[in-house]
Design a protein around this ligand. Sequence first.
Ligand SMILES: Cc1ncc(COP(=O)(O)O)c(C=O)c1O
Length: 471
Amino acid sequence: MGNSDTDVPFSGIRAYRERYGVNDHFPDKGRSEQEVLQELRDMAVAEDDFWQTGRCSGSLYRGNMEHYAFLNQAASLYSHVNALQRDICPSATRFESEIIAMTLDMMHAGAATDATPCGALTTGGTDSIMSAVLAHREKARRQSTERRHEMILPMTAHPAFEKAAHLFDIEIVSAPIDPKTTLIDVDFVRDHINQYTILLVGSAGNYPYGTIDPIEQLSELALQHGVGLHVDGCLGGFILPWGEALGYDIPVFDFRLPGVSSISADTHKYGYGLKGTSVVLYRDKALREGQYFLSEMWTGGKYFSPGMAGSRPTGLLAATWASMVSLGKEGYLKLAKAIFETSFAMQAEVARHPELCMMGKPTFCFSFRSDEFEIYHINDFMRQRGWRFNGQQYPNAIHMCVTGPQTQPGVVESFAADLDEAVAYAKGQGQTPAKSSAIYGGLPSDEPEAQNMLRQILVQLLDSMHDLPDK
Ligand SMILES: Cc1ncc(COP(=O)(O)O)c(C=O)c1O
């Protein structure tokens, strides 16, 4: 086995410094378009080669270059157009309203006969989640003068909720999960609903383990206490409904449950759109209004936008719409079946090893850990074979979010063979620390000093992604 990060393609964030130099000031003269395009192409092709092997978890959901070429054509027709200026692009209104209508249909909004279901397009999952949290806070503010607000979420919920809490001044009550099922402890939620609670959260499925919280029970609690319930379907929203239709064991998590007040579902994940769009759905229009922003008195004219963003790319709306209408239900069902079947086949390979144990009862995305060795040794070994998993902590585990590229012939077989060797390797490591555990749980303790160090490391990492070297 190699032992440095350079063994893994693109793990160095400055991978191109040597090859292309650095634009550390505005160039005096321009370069030919051909040359610029060639440089872009060289980098893109090399990076695409990496995930096209089928060894990369998540991220490239459709993973099919013909599909992407089609979406790029759709986007290019509108990529110069701003969706904020509707008078010159009525097509944006068509794309948005139809994307929302199709997503509402997928989430059985027709069952919400008590309300007027609706939605909005956002820039991604985090934006959808923040919009929904803001909308619930605005509703609470309209209904009461109380200024303390709390939301209860499983500890597995995506950090986007923490970001929303931070920005919109909401307290988080973090609910533990059952370590066996990985699902939110509903008794804890029940015990912690109080006069400040505005929102409960469940995931379908969560990012760490792909598992689905007991949304039906949360829905009952939400109704009983008159609070909102957001279902985070950013990851699973565009695949689980097809899984249910195909007959897999997937519980109901959408608007058929009367307590569900909002749902996020990412078109740029299993919606197979280009990166940069997501849908947030509301059970009722009154709730959506809370995410709107209006400035009626501005000198620049009466300004209004549906959410966080100002100008928005019509090209991405066109591509998302094109993805949905070109595939139709039939296409999504076909892709979903291949993904579920591949995931179950890979899970069976994990289950062959008594040293490994699965986190909960997963479907399209699965995570596993070990009581016998540090699971990051498996990660270390598999990385050398070109696999890229995502790491979890508390407890340490690694996940594979199965997408289009894993459904190619031979991927499950190579996963099985490499995993056999990885287990043997991990067993032989004894007390040697794993290389890939440095950030994902390798810090010695939860002491404030260690946490402080971790923050500094992460801030430095973000700085280094944005600044030129040596600045
Ligand atoms: C369950 C879940 N929620 C929210 C998000 C946030 O989505 P985005 O990265 O598009 O902001 C993700 C991203 O992976 C996710 O898996």
